[in-house]
Design a protein around this ligand. Sequence first.
Ligand SMILES: [Zn+2]
Length: 92
Amino acid sequence: MARIKKIPQRICVGCQKARGKKELIRIVRTPDLQVKIDATGKLSGRGAYLCRDLECLTLALAGKRLQRALHVDIPLEVVENLRAGLTQHLPA
Ligand SMILES: [Zn+2]
């Protein structure tokens, strides 16, 4: 009997569309309150998911959804880090 595997879906905090986990980037607030991109998906802490799209990052920040999802304020230098990281993760 074949079992159909369900792909885990996560909601992007930017465009708020559900996508497969692998299509999204996980942003994590670590226990020492740093906000960063979790490239491995293994960092502990509160996480939020974002498309590999700068527009979604902008939307998530403008709507304060990323801040709300992570329960933390996101300073400008962290925003810059996320932007740079997101660009690196974009497919070439
Ligand atoms: Zn999105």
